[in-house]
Write a protein that binds this ligand. Sequence first.
Ligand SMILES: *[C@@H]1O[C@H](CO)[C@@H](O)[C@H](O)[C@H]1NC(C)=O
Ligand SMILES: *[C@@H]1O[C@H](CO)[C@@H](O)[C@H](O)[C@H]1NC(C)=O
Ligand SMILES: *[C@@H]1O[C@H](CO)[C@@H](O)[C@H](O)[C@H]1NC(C)=O
Ligand SMILES: *[C@@H]1O[C@H](CO)[C@@H](O)[C@H](O)[C@H]1NC(C)=O
Ligand SMILES: *[C@@H]1O[C@H](CO)[C@@H](O)[C@H](O)[C@H]1NC(C)=O
Ligand SMILES: *[C@@H]1O[C@H](CO)[C@@H](O)[C@H](O)[C@H]1NC(C)=O
Ligand SMILES: *[C@@H]1O[C@H](CO)[C@@H](O)[C@H](O)[C@H]1NC(C)=O
Ligand SMILES: *[C@@H]1O[C@H](CO)[C@@H](O)[C@H](O)[C@H]1NC(C)=O
Ligand SMILES: *[C@@H]1O[C@H](CO)[C@@H](O)[C@H](O)[C@H]1NC(C)=O
Ligand SMILES: *[C@@H]1O[C@H](CO)[C@@H](O)[C@H](O)[C@H]1NC(C)=O
Ligand SMILES: *[C@@H]1O[C@H](CO)[C@@H](O)[C@H](O)[C@H]1NC(C)=O
Ligand SMILES: *[C@@H]1O[C@H](CO)[C@@H](O)[C@H](O)[C@H]1NC(C)=O
Ligand SMILES: [Cu+2]
Length: 570
Amino acid sequence: MSLIMKISVLQILALCILDGVLHCQGWARHTFVVQETPYARLCSTKNILTVNGQFPGPTLHVNKGDTIVVEVHNKANYNITIHWHGVKQPRYPWSDGPEYITQCPIRPGQKFRQKIKLSSEEGTLWWHAHSDWSRATVYGAIVIHPKNGTSYPFPKPHAEVPIILGEWWKKGITELYNEFRESGQDPSVSDAYTINGQPGDQYPCSKSETFKFRVDYGKTYLLRIINAALQDILFFGIAKHKLTVVGTDASYTKPLKTDYIAISPGQTIDVLLEANQPLGDHDYYMAAKVYSSANGVEYDNTTATALLHYNVGNDNINPSSTPYLPNLPSYNDTNASANFTGSLRSLADDDHPVHVPLNISTPLIFTASVNIFACASNSTSCNGTRLAASMNNISFQLPSTDILSAYYYHIGGVYGDKFPSVPPLKFNFTADVLPAYLLTPKTGTEVKVIEYNSTVELVLQGTNLAAGTDHPMHIHGYSFYVVGWGFGNFDKDKDPLGYNLVDPPLQNTIAVPKNGWAAIRFKANNPGVWFMHCHLERHLSWGMDMTFIVKNGDHSDAQMLPPPPDMPRC
Ligand SMILES: *[C@@H]1O[C@H](CO)[C@@H](O)[C@H](O)[C@H]1NC(C)=O
Ligand SMILES: *[C@@H]1O[C@H](CO)[C@@H](O)[C@H](O)[C@H]1NC(C)=O
Ligand SMILES: *[C@@H]1O[C@H](CO)[C@@H](O)[C@H](O)[C@H]1NC(C)=O
Ligand SMILES: *[C@@H]1O[C@H](CO)[C@@H](O)[C@H](O)[C@H]1NC(C)=O
Ligand SMILES: *[C@@H]1O[C@H](CO)[C@@H](O)[C@H](O)[C@H]1NC(C)=O
Ligand SMILES: *[C@@H]1O[C@H](CO)[C@@H](O)[C@H](O)[C@H]1NC(C)=O
Ligand SMILES: *[C@@H]1O[C@H](CO)[C@@H](O)[C@H](O)[C@H]1NC(C)=O
Ligand SMILES: *[C@@H]1O[C@H](CO)[C@@H](O)[C@H](O)[C@H]1NC(C)=O
Ligand SMILES: *[C@@H]1O[C@H](CO)[C@@H](O)[C@H](O)[C@H]1NC(C)=O
Ligand SMILES: *[C@@H]1O[C@H](CO)[C@@H](O)[C@H](O)[C@H]1NC(C)=O
Ligand SMILES: *[C@@H]1O[C@H](CO)[C@@H](O)[C@H](O)[C@H]1NC(C)=O
Ligand SMILES: *[C@@H]1O[C@H](CO)[C@@H](O)[C@H](O)[C@H]1NC(C)=O
Ligand SMILES: [Cu+2]
C-alpha cells in the first residue's frame, strides 16, 4: 500500500520535473470552494452559491488527454455535487458527479477530491453543480487545448474567450425550486438571461457591468459559447457579423457560416468571429434570447446583451449612439432551431476520423414525454394535478443512496434493471390530440444494463403528451454520433435510409426537436453507471431521466477502476 503511494508520488514528481517548473501541467490541482456570496443584479442583491466567490466560476484550462484533480470543499449550507459535463471519465464514474447516481452529496463542511480524466475531448466543455437546481449559479468553462505539438484545425485565432449564457432570477434558487416542487406547475420564468453573468444594458441597473469584448479590426477571435441556462434553448448572434462554427461539445466540426446559432442547455459551440465591420462610431451587440416551442408555456421574452467593441486608436465611440442589435429568429421558430442543429457535421478528416458504429448490436427506442399526475393527497398547494415527465413511460425517481455504489458493492433494493428497450405502448407519439389515459406514467428507478462493447443505436422520440416541446437530451460518460433526426414519428423502415454515417456530429447533448426524433449511436466501451436526462432542469426534476449501467469487459483495461477513499457517504 505505502509502496504504491510512493510510486504514484514519484510519478507525479517526474511529471513536474519534465515540465521544468514546480507546476505540474498534466496533474494540475485546483481547489473549488463552494460558498454563499452576495451578488447584485437587476437592482437588487441576493446570496448565490458560487465557486471561489466567482460568478461565473473559474475556467479550467487543460490539454487534451490530461488528468486533473479538483478538491471540492463545501462551505455552503446546502448539499452539493459537481459534474464535469462532457468529460467521459473513462472507467472512472466515481468523479462524474450527478447526485444519487454516481455519488452521495458533499454535505456542508465536507470535501471531495475529484479526478477529471480527459481523453479524446478537445475544444470546450463546462462544469456545473448536479444537485437540485444549484447549477443556476454554480458553473464555469473547461477549455481543452490541443496537445502540446498539435494545433487547431483552423488558423490560430488572435485571442479567445468563453461566452457563458445563463439565466437569472431575482428570487433565491432554493425558493424558486421549492415553489416549483410544491405547486406541481411550471417554474416561474427567469427575470433575465445573462452573458458571462451579466444581463446587459436592456435591463435595469445593468449598463455599467455589461460584458464587453474588445477586438482589433481585421483579426479573428474564437468564442467558446456555453449554454448554462436552466430551462431554455437559446438563440445567439452578433449584429452584422457572421459566425463560423468550428466545434461543438469538444469535437471539431466542418466550418459552418451562419448568422445565428441555436444552443441547448448543456451544449457548447465554438465559433470563429472575424472582426471585419467598417469602423464606425457604434458598438455591436452580441445577444441571446429564448427559443421556446411548447404551446401555452410561459417564457422569458427578454434579451441578454454584451458588447463587441472595436479598438480604434482613440476610442471614438459616440457615447449616445445605440449599438446595433442582431436579428435573431422568433421565440417559436422550430425550423430555425432544428435547421441549425441539423446542419452540424463532424470535421471527419485524416487527423479527426469518425468511428460511427455500423453494425448495431443494441437497438433502443426511448420516448421522452411530459406527463400529469394527480396531486399527492396531503398537498395543500397542488391544484388538482401536477406536471411530471418520463422516458419510456417511467418517471425516474432518484434513490436515497447512489446507484453506482449499489452496483459496485452489490447492494440490493436501490434500483431495478427493467428499463424497457422500446416504448411499452405504441401510439401516434406526435398526434395533435392524445387520449388522457396515456398521460400518467409509472414511477421507478430502473436502469438499462448493457454489455461492454455493445454498439448502441438509441432513437429518442419526443411525444406530444401534455405539451410537445424540444428536449435537449444529455448522456454522461459518452459522446455520441447524431446520425439522423426528423419531425413526426420515427419510421424504422424509412428513416435509417437517410442516416448520415459519413460525417455525423459527435455530441454529448442533442436537442430532440418538438414532436420529432433524433437517432444517436455510440460504442459502449466505457464501463460504469451513466445518467441520461433532459437538460431542461424542470424536465429533469419531473423524471425525464434514466440510467445506463455498462458492464465491465473481460480484460482488466475494460473494467471500472476502484473508488477513491473519500467518496461522500449518504
Ligand atoms: C511544449 O512543447 C514545446 C516545444 O515544442 C516545449 O518548449 C514546451 O516546454 C512544451 N510544454 C510542455 C508543457 O510540455
Ligand atoms: C415581454 O412580455 C411582456 C409581458 O407580457 C410585455 O409587456 C413585453 O412587451 C414583452 N417584451 C418583448 C420584448 O416582447
Ligand atoms: C409563433 O408565434 C406567433 C405569435 O407570437 C404566431 O403568430 C405564429 O403562428 C407562431 N408560429 C409557430 C410556428 O407556432
Ligand atoms: C417550417 O418548415 C415547414 C416545411 O419545411 C413549413 O411548412 C413551415 O411553415 C415552417 N415553419 C415556420 C415557422 O417557418
Ligand atoms: C435549412 O434551411 C435552408 C434554407 O431554408 C435549407 O436550404 C437547408 O437545407 C436547411 N437545412 C436543414 C438541415 O434542414
Ligand atoms: C455484427 O455483429 C454481430 C454480433 O453482434 C456479429 O455476429 C456479426 O458478425 C457482425 N457483422 C459484421 C458485418 O461485422
Ligand atoms: C405527504 O406524504 C408523503 C408520504 O406519503 C410525505 O413524503 C410528504 O412529506 C408529505 N408532504 C407533506 C407536505 O406533508
Ligand atoms: C386551479 O385549477 C382550476 C381549474 O383548472 C383553475 O380554474 C384555478 O384558477 C386554479 N387555481 C390556482 C390557484 O391555480
Ligand atoms: C399522427 O398524428 C399526426 C398529427 O396529428 C398526423 O399528421 C398523422 O397522420 C398521424 N399518424 C398516424 C399514423 O396516424
Ligand atoms: C404508462 O403506464 C400507465 C400505467 O401502467 C398507463 O396507464 C399509461 O397508459 C401508460 N402510458 C404510456 C404512454 O405508455
Ligand atoms: C472492444 O472493441 C474493440 C474494437 O472496437 C476491440 O479492440 C476490443 O478487443 C473489444 N473488447 C472486448 C472486451 O470485446
Ligand atoms: C443531504 O444529503 C444527505 C445524504 O444523502 C441527506 O441525508 C440529507 O437529507 C440531504 N439534505 C438535504 C437538505 O437535502
Ligand atoms: Cu425535456
